[in-house]
Design a protein around this ligand. Structure first.
Ligand code: SF4
Length: 322
């Protein structure tokens, strides 16, 4: 991939939330990441690592504290004005984590899916119903479902409705915020497969946020590992999963269920110890030091930078590598 293939370039992004006592939650802390056109980047890490805040800040749902986000080379505004909507916001959408709470129970499925194109005036009102019918079928539901209400559907079907609502605007970039975590295991693979198919047919670029590494690896081209608001490792999905370099990635991979019993990866016996530090009082040096089985003296003093290791696509933030 080359610089001209970059869809989104995120540079030194910070998102801090004020706590009202002069203290700040460092939810996203100096994150840089390039996302290439038509790729799926899986963003993984424990709960509270800042993954969702990162996705929402890219989309302008949170205003950034510092840093720059470039979309096709153009800097995104700190806060969207109405005039920015067509230019940027409609090209970027989000699929939410919870298919139960993210759909308005008083609206029909047709109203929910068609709301974006009605507000955005992308299509004539007479065409909205037809577009909704097309999208219901594209996500594996039926056109006559549009007159029903969300409570009449299962969790997996509701997530399909959420996917149709986001994609009917034909965005280029979609943040999928833990789209499978609220679903039964049996339904998760169906939704992941659907995302993969839609990515292929629409040429979508996705940031796929999840904590289930094995599922994310299955769907992603590259993966990025986040810990306490910072990126620890970035690389091709299979390389990172089968040959993790950062000690945090190692324990994350080792503690993840392996859905494919024939896979050759040797399960790591290490399990993660200790608590994730508070994002209010971020420790000096490496923020993983208090839990790292390979910690050294330097780790508690100097913050390791995310640097390319051997291969320009593999980046690691750890003193073990320089
Ligand atoms: Fe562990 Fe040190 Fe690497 Fe941090 S920098 S992950 S503490 S070895």
């Amino acid at each position: 991939m080359t610089a001209t293939d970059v869809l989104l370039e995120i540079k030194n992004l910070k998102k801090y939330f004020a706590m009202g006592s002069g203290q700040y939650i460092h939810a996203v802390d100096d994150v840089s990441l390039s996302i290439f056109q038509k790729e799926i980047v899986g963003l993984v890490g424990e709960s509270g690592s800042g993954k969702s805040t990162f996705g929402k800040t890219i989309l302008g749902l949170h205003s950034k504290t510092a840093g720059e986000i470039f979309y096709r080379g153009e800097a995104l505004p700190k806060k969207y004005k109405t005039s920015d909507y067509r230019q940027f916001a409609s090209r970027m959408q989000m699929i939410f984590q919870d298919p139960y709470s993210s759909l308005n129970p008083r609206m029909t499925v047709g109203e929910i899916i068609g709301e974006g194109i009605r507000l955005n005036k992308t299509f004539k009102l007479s065409e909205v119903k037809d577009r909704v019918a097309v999208w219901l079928e594209r996500v594996g539901l039926q056109a006559d479902h549009m007159s029903r209400y969300p409570h009449e559907f299962s969790g997996g079907q509701r997530q399909r409705i959420g996917i149709a609502r986001a994609l009917i605007l034909e965005p280029e970039f979609v943040v999928c915020d833990e789209p499978i975590s609220a679903l039964d295991v049996s339904v998760q693979a169906q939704v992941v497969n659907l995302m993969g198919e839609l990515k292929q047919s629409m040429g979508l670029t996705l940031l796929f946020i999840a904590h289930d590494l094995s599922m994310v690896r299955y769907v992603s081209d590259r993966m990025a590992v986040m810990y306490l608001g910072s990126l620890m490792e970035v690389g091709a999905a299979d390389d990172l999963y089968f040959s993790p370099m950062h000690p945090y990635t190692e324990v994350l991979v080792g503690s993840n269920p392996e859905p494919d019993p024939t896979a050759e990866r040797e399960r790591l016996s290490t399990s993660i110890q200790g608590e994730i530090p508070s994002p209010v009082n971020v420790p000096a040096g490496c923020r993983f030091a208090n839990r790292c089985p390979k910690v050294m003296d330097i780790c508690r003093k100097d913050t390791p930078k995310l640097i390319a290791i051997n291969d320009p696509e593999r980046e690691v933030a750890c003193h073990l590598y320089g």
